[in-house]
Design a protein around this ligand. Structure first.
Ligand code: ATP
Ligand code: MG
Length: 480
């Protein structure tokens, strides 16, 4: 790499390799570096952890790179785990340390992962295959104990971090062609460090955005959830839209652009969705994702001007997106159920029974999420909460019902064994049917929840079920 050149703001600042830099290494990291170098292997702190330190943060995990092969590394660290084919050896620490053997790049046939990994021979070569200049920095120790060493920064990553520029290492066209995940990593790093994207890199991101659709759901999920954890998430999402990534990854959502709606705050349904995400907490990216998708059903239900049933259509679409992104079952259910229930219309004249039914319909474990979502939705609509009769009141009534009223089958004064004995039948679906009917009855009238009254009611319900059965009128429970 030849001498420093410097030009207009976006011109790469390339420096002659090394520059002295003092680092405050945790003892475990220093010990690891010492063992590698004393065994004769070149080793350095690299990538994300050094970038974070240069940015003034404390590195949580440490990335080391070395000339030693994974076999050599595991021989030096018998406790180490070597579990992936890319030659990364992990030490438990603390702090956790990942040791990666110098690589040169393999070919990326499917734009997803390198087909083969070639061990490289030098740190400089290893840095050249990294994605962005801010990630292509290293620190090579001279005196580990004293934390004295050299910053190796051939692409001007530190300067880019300082002047807040995101730029690929080398030709952005080629680097994005190699690995489409870098599309999303670009957006994530830009959001995390508040970087603007250098012109050539941005043009390449735009050109290659459609390739994001070919990424595996898991990789998109991991990046997307990390992207929207940064504040304000709408900035990164708008950037994804501008670059064409939203259409590639979440076309159902991108379709909300231009869907006009009547709200106190101006803007189409996508603007409203973005405001909703901004109003949800960053520590819960699944809830933010839910906010992002809560009105996704509006693109196809706007015909009548009322978006009738958009929460049902939206729950289907959101469920499909959750599957595509390979969310866990629990997360997928959380997203789609919240979307389905987000249109509840509370009024002060709801009876206590109506409040109890609402609790049952939504599920008590979902209620805090649903209230948070609705508050964000309201804020994003410009809807002011009424002094009385708003969400806060419903929340209070819900809490009071949960504290005092039987709501679940397990709250009943009788259980399945009691019912089977009373009805003189064996355990089976009929017991379940009667218990469900009793739960419904108690939800309407909590005073029914005594053994005596439930036993009497169970007998009636059982006979009722029997007669339905005898008349052959469409099967059990059809009359309910
Ligand atoms: P963070 O850990 O905060 O997500 P990171 O930059 O450390 O960010 P990692 O996935 O831990 O990301 O990767 C460590 C380093 O490996 C990066 O800093 C970068 O140098 C390199 N790297 C990771 N993924 C890629 C990629 N897809 N293409 C090129 N280099 C990559
Ligand atoms: Mg990392």
């Amino acid at each position: 790499m030849r001498g420093a050149r410097r030009g207009s703001d976006d011109t790469p600042v390339e420096t002659d390799a090394a520059e002295p830099l003092k680092l405050d290494l945790p003892q475990f990291v220093a010990g690891t570096l010492r063992r590698l170098t004393e065994a004769g292997h070149d080793a350095a702190v690299v990538g994300g952890s050094l970038r974070d330190i240069l940015h003034g943060e404390v590195a949580a995990d440490w990335d080391l790179a070395t000339a030693a092969t994974p076999e050599e590394v595991t021989r030096l660290f018998p406790d180490a785990r070597w579990e992936n084919p890319f030659g990364t050896v992990t030490l438990a620490g603390p702090p956790r340390v990942e040791i990666t053997t110098y690589r040169s790049e393999g070919s990326y046939r499917d734009r997803r992962r390198p087909d083969v990994v070639h061990w490289g021979s030098s740190l400089t070569e290893d840095l050249s295959r990294r994605d962005f200049t801010i990630n292509a920095v290293a620190w090579r120790p001279r005196d580990v104990e004293a934390g004295i060493g050299d910053l190796v920064d051939p692409y001007g990553g530190r300067a880019d971090l300082r002047r807040r520029v995101l730029r690929t290492v080398g030709d952005p066209e080629l680097r994005l062609l190699e690995d489409a995940l870098r599309l999303l990593r670009a957006v994530r790093f830009a959001a995390r460090f508040e970087l603007r994207i250098e012109a050539a890199t941005e043009a390449a991101l735009r050109r290659h955005a459609p390739a994001a659709a070919e990424l595996s759901g898991e990789r998109v999920r991991d990046e997307l959830l990390r992207i929207i954890a940064h504040d304000p998430p709408s900035d990164a999402l708008r950037r994804m839209e501008r670059l064409g990534m939203l259409t590639a990854l979440l076309p159902e959502l991108a379709a909300l652009r231009g869907v006009e709606q009547r709200k106190s705050l101006p803007g189409d349904a996508l603007e409203h969705s973005l405001r909703t995400v901004d109003a949800l907490p960053g520590h819960d990216p699944i809830l933010r994702l839910t906010g992002l998708l809560h009105d996704v059903g509006k693109a196809s239900t706007g015909g009548d001007g009322h978006f009738l049933g958009h929460e049902t259509v939206g729950a289907e679409l959101a469920g499909g997106i959750a599957d595509r992104l390979r969310l866990s079952r629990a997360d997928a259910a959380r997203v789609s159920e919240l979307v389905r229930h987000h249109m509840f219309a509370y009024r002060r004249d709801w009876t206590d029974a109506a409040v109890r039914r609402f609790i049952r319909r939504v599920g008590r474990q979902r209620l805090p999420d649903l209230f948070a979502l609705r508050r964000a939705d309201n804020a994003a609509s410009g809807t002011r909460e009424p002094l009385r009769g708003g969400i806060a009141e419903l929340e209070q009534r819900v809490a009071a019902e949960i504290a005092s009223s039987p709501l679940r089958m397990s709250d009943l004064a009788v259980n399945g064994t009691d019912i089977a004995r009373t009805l003189e039948i064996g355990p089976g679906p009929e017991v379940g049917r009667v218990l469900r009917a009793l739960t419904e009855a108690v939800l309407d009238d909590p005073a029914l929840n005594t053994e005596e009254r439930l036993t009497a009611l169970a007998r009636k319900l059982h006979r009722g079920g029997d007669s339905t059965h005898r008349t052959g009128g469409g099967g059990r429970g059809a009359s309910a």
